[in-house]
Design a protein around this ligand. Structure first.
Ligand code: IPM
Ligand code: MG
Length: 352
């Protein structure tokens, strides 16, 4: 069977981490007998340079026509002074919105091999961390009414019942398959939109009696993540809060270079990307950690192509490489074997 994957290399370290992930996907193809057809699509800063817009129509159409989208990273200082609607980040936001990818899943797992890489103390981490941030991705303040006047600027947070309900159902279903605990994070003591959020999540809970639901205010949630991270299983939150809390969750699990993400909608087509950015400071140096992108490719195999066995094989290969003591520079401690981006991809492929 041939699978069609739209591949957005993007900017900064994007091309390098994508190439490492494709090396692994190619190996999956040979080993399991699948053909992956890649269509390289331009979006982000490189598209601005070439076509004058961050998300050309042809790029969007190619993504819509694919089985899944794999994305490296977009953005960089070169494009930082452009007006908001022209920035590389608009490509990401446009893809999320146009593909209807309202559910962003960001699993944060601390592999035992990387326990030393976490900034938290051993007694806080215990024998590991395994949580999942479910971030609403196509609503809230990211897509609300915004504007500027002479001496003011504003952004608005709006949530509709249906938007909260569908992301809540998604999070409850995922919690049911994990440890059965969902923490919904909002700011219902201040924000009206959060009051709606909390009411709708509580209503949806009636359909999931086997899942334990808690509510936390976002400031408290940030503190709890840093002090008692093991209490969390699935964290459900809005677009903006999810952006912030997922970076925090990533950091406590060792390196932001390890965490993958999946953005899903109603159908099976999804977009998969590492949660980190384009790291322009190390671009082109073969130093970036490709594991988050490789793990994103594993999520792609599982969630968009239905290839669970293959996805599991990739995840186990990543763990095996770490067990062997191989590290990229971001994870390395004294005495570790430090690999470049390309070599890390090759090692994972070899161990598959
Ligand atoms: C993320 C990123 C994006 C976001 C930016 C680059 C638009 O930070 O995916 O977390 O804020 O959603
Ligand atoms: Mg972010």
């Amino acid at each position: 069977m041939t699978y069609h994957i739209a591949v957005i290399r993007g900017d900064g370290i994007g091309p390098e981490i994508i190439d490492a992930a494709l090396c692994v996907l190619n190996r999956v193809g040979t080993r399991f007998g699948h053909a992956f057809h890649y269509q390289f699509v331009e979006a982000g800063g490189c598209a601005i340079d070439r076509y004058g817009v961050p998300l050309p129509d042809e790029s969007l159409a190619a993504c819509k026509a694919s089985d899944a989208v794999l994305l490296g990273a977009v953005g960089g200082p070169k494009w930082d002074t452009l007006p908001d609607d022209m920035r590389p980040e608009k490509a990401l936001l446009g893809l999320r919105k146009e593909l209807g990818l309202f559910a962003n899943l960001r699993p944060a797992t601390l592999l035992p091999e990387l326990a030393d890489a976490s900034p938290l103390k051993d007694r806080v981490i215990g024998d590991g961390l395994d949580l999942l941030v479910v971030r609403e991705l196509t609503g809230g303040i990211y897509f609300g009414d915004h504007g500027t006047g002479e001496d003011y600027a504003f952004d608005t947070e709006t949530y509709h019942t249906y938007e909260v309900e569908r992301i809540a159902r998604c999070a409850f279903s995922l919690a049911r398959e994990r440890r059965g605990h969902l923490t919904s994070v909002d700011k219902a003591n201040v924000l009206t939109s959060s009051k709606l959020w909390r009411r709708v999540v509580t209503e949806v809970a009636a359909d999931f009696p086997d899942v334990r639901l808690d509510h936390l205010y976002v400031d408290n949630a940030a503190m709890q993540l840093a002090t008692h991270p093991r209490q969390f299983d699935v964290i459900l939150t809005s677009n903006l809060f999810g952006d912030i809390l997922s970076d925090l969750a990533a950091t406590i699990t060792g390196s932001i270079g390890m965490l993958p993400s999946a953005s899903l909608g109603e159908g099976t087509c999804g977009m998969y990307e590492p949660i980190h950015g384009s790291a322009p400071d190390i671009a082109g140096q073969n130093r970036a950690n490709p594991l988050a992108t490789i793990l994103s490719a594993a999520m792609l195999l599982r969630s968009s192509l239905g290839l669970s066995e293959e996805a599991g094989a990739v995840e186990r290969a990543v763990q095996a490489v770490l067990q062997k003591g191989y590290r990229t520079a971001d994870l390395a401690a004294a005495g570790d074997a430090v690999l470049g981006t390309r070599e890390m991809g090759e090692q994972v492929a070899a161990l598959l």
